[in-house]
Design a binder for this molecule. Structure first.
Ligand code: ADX
Length: 186
């Protein structure tokens, strides 16, 4: 039905929003699947690291799975950093059912939240053995989305507002095809 590719830095809220919106849509009987980078990196993408090539290959695989689902009536939401324009554009080529949603959060807020302690590790001195040397947005590129269909600024909104923004965006895109309701009145 739809393929939503979220993009945004680690900790920006992609997974939280994707799962929140999944719940809201399921209450309306839509079939939804969240394709989460963190999970797929442990299952389908265990061979991939964080080079540009590997990140793009990661998104290519997630996109393939998401598109299979999307063309079989599911709303597929990819929650991954997805940092490069080239691969975002490649996914868009699957068709007009593909939308790019930028989950934007300023770096100060990310550093403050730092739930996975990744930003702390990326900002360690260069010679520190625990330093992360390729964290997106700190010492690895994040290309700002040039053609996002929707931008959600999570540092300016509550979690509920962010969910609501994506939820209503999706509802607008699927309006012509509501799920079949089986209401039996005998
Ligand atoms: S992507 O760049 O290929 O889209 P993906 O979303 O699958 O990345 O994975 C990102 C997750 O991997 C982060 O949320 C974080 O938990 C973990 N991670 C570990 N090292 C890095 C790193 N160097 N850069 C970004 N994420 C990292």
């Amino acid at each position: 039905m739809l393929l939503i590719q979220l993009t945004g830095l680690s900790g920006s809220g992609k997974t939280t929003i994707a799962n929140g919106v999944k719940k809201l849509l399921e209450e309306k009987n839509y079939r939804v699947e969240v394709i989460d980078g963190d999970i797929y990196r442990r299952i389908l993408c265990t061979d991939l690291g964080f080079s540009k090539e590997d990140r793009n290959e990661n998104i290519r695989r997630l996109g393939f799975v998401a598109n299979l689902l999307a063309t079989n009536g599911v709303i597929a939401i990819i929650a991954a950093i997805n940092p490069y324009e080239e691969i975002r554009r490649e996914l868009k080529e699957y068709g007009p059912h593909v939308y790019t949603v930028w989950i934007n959060c300023d770096i100060e807020t990310l550093i403050k939240r730092d739930t996975k302690q990744l930003y702390k590790k990326a900002m360690l001195p260069d010679d520190h053995p625990g330093k992360i040397k390729n964290l997106t947005g700190v010492n690895d590129p994040y290309e700002l989305p040039q053609n996002a269909d929707l931008v959600i600024n999570t540092h300016l909104k509550s979690a509920e507002e962010s969910n609501e923004t994506l939820y209503s965006f999706i509802l607008k895109k699927i309006k012509p095809n509501p799920p079949v309701q089986f209401n039996y009145h005998f």
